[in-house]
Each structure stands twice: as C-alpha cells, then as structure tokens.
Design a protein around this ligand. Structure first.
Ligand code: 4PL
Length: 249
C-alpha cells in the first residue's frame, strides 16, 4: 500500500466539510478534521468508521493564529506531511441590507471566511513547501459572488476576497508545485444553512437553477475530490461553479 495522502479540512464538523471529509476517507485519504466543536468532529469521525481512510479530529478556530500554528504542528507530528488543505470553514450573518449591517457582523464574516483562509493557507503552504511535495489548496467560495445576491453584502465581499486570493495564491505557489483552486456552491442544504434564515431562499434559487432540486453537501464533495486528485494536476487558479446551473458565467 502506498502512504496515505494527508488532508486538513476546516469546518469539518458539519455540512460540506463533513461530506468532503467522508468523500476523501472513502478514497483512502487521512483527513484531519479541523473545527471549533470537538463533539461535532467526534461525530463526523464516528460516522466515517468503516471507510478505508482515517478521520483525525483536531479542534481549531481558523481565525486564531496560534491555534492554526498548533494545528499544523500536530499535523507534522502525527502525519509527517500535508498534501491538501481544504478551506471550507465559513459563516454567514442574518440577511440585512448592507447599510444596516453592524460593523461587528461585517468583521466576523470577514474574519472567518477570508482571514481564516489567509492564516490557514500561509501555514499549510509553509509545510507543503518544506516537504518538497506537490500540494493542493481548495477554497470554498460561493455563487453569490457572481449573482451579487442581496442582503448579504459582507458575505459576498468576503467570498469575493476568497475568489481573488485563490488567483493570487495560485500564481505565487505554482513554482512550488502547489495548485490553488476554488469551488462556488450555490445555496446548499448544509447544517449551517438549514439552521439559518437562508433556508427560506431555496424556492428562489430553485427557480433560477437549470436542474431542479436542493443542493446537498454530497453534491459538492465530488467536485472537491476531483480538484484534490492527480487528474486535476494541470488546473490552478480556477473557480468551478457547482450550483445546479443557477449561475451561468
Ligand atoms: C444563492 O452561500 O449561494 C444564499 C447563503 N443564497 O450562503 C450562500 C445563495 C446563500 C447562496 C448562499
């Protein structure tokens, strides 16, 4: 058996993060589950029992620089290297017109969705370079950056930042054998969305989709697994829209 490939997945305690962790474990990856809630990470690990790969919980807040450093120290000690960083952790805010968005909500949304991606990518690329292995970074963005979806300006702005950061990082890291790509899901029936007022928006987005139905985390995971695979080795700086055809651009 070849050595397993090692991934870090953020926001792994629920939704798209959990689905991607299971998809990678089904493909025999070792997946470090990063997230804030130890109980949720333990549940995701238990649900993956019986898959050929390994699920290794590592409680982490991606906005905390010291916690991010500890996470990658742990990756080195336990697994010795890193092949994939999947930046999935994200948060929304209650739907609000932009001029009624409190600064505190704006700052939280930017911290988790954008600054977290910066902190995680910086630490991960250090490790990928040091090990002189090819590496992959995949960022979860959102189709709202194309639609300009109303009443979520902080989120659209932060995800637009992720879109730009993906291109900038791809340019800088290509020479180190690291590809950087993004996936833009549409509204997805994840735990986070279903617990929020955004769950009310499915009727609207389904009206715009080419394919009827509600996007599920399992509909997003295979696209991420493809970008993580060697089949995607010549793809970098790209953004793949996975939304049932709501946005065509
Ligand atoms: C179309 O990523 O893609 C609402 C909330 N509507 O978070 C999203 C759409 C939301 C979306 C999203």
């Amino acid at each position: 058996m070849p050595d397993p490939q090692i991934a870090v997945v953020t926001g792994a305690g629920s939704g798209i993060g959990a689905a991607v962790a299971h998809e990678l474990a089904a493909r025999s990856w070792t997946v470090v589950l990063a997230g804030r809630r130890p109980d949720a990470l333990a549940t995701v690990a238990a649900q993956g029992d019986g898959l050929p790969g390994t699920l290794d919980p590592a409680p982490t807040d991606v906005t905390d620089e010291a916690a991010v450093r500890r996470l990658f120290d742990q990756v080195v000690v336990r697994h010795g290297r890193l092949d994939l960083l999947f930046n999935n952790a994200g948060t929304g805010a209650p739907p609000t017109e932009f001029d009624e968005t409190p600064l505190s909500a704006w700052n939280t949304v930017v911290a988790v969705n954008l600054t977290g991606v910066f902190l995680m990518s910086r630490a991960a690329s250090d490790l990928m370079r040091r090990n002189e292995r090819r590496g992959r970074i995949i960022n979860i963005c959102s189709n709202t950056i194309f639609a300009g979806t109303p009443n979520m300006a902080a989120y659209v702005a932060a995800k637009g930042g992720v879109f730009g950061f993906t291109r900038a990082l791809a340019t800088e890291l290509g020479k180190h054998g690291i590809t950087v790509n993004a996936v833009t899901p549409g509204l997805t029936a994840s735990d986070g969305v279903m617990a929020s007022p955004h769950a009310q928006a499915f009727g609207f987005v389904e009206m715009l989709q080419a394919i009827p139905g509600q996007g599920q985390p399992r509909d997003i995971a295979p696209a991420v697994a493809f970008l993580a695979s060697d089949d995607a080795r010549w793809i970098t700086g790209q953004t793949l829209n996975v939304d049932g055809g709501m946005v065509r651009w």
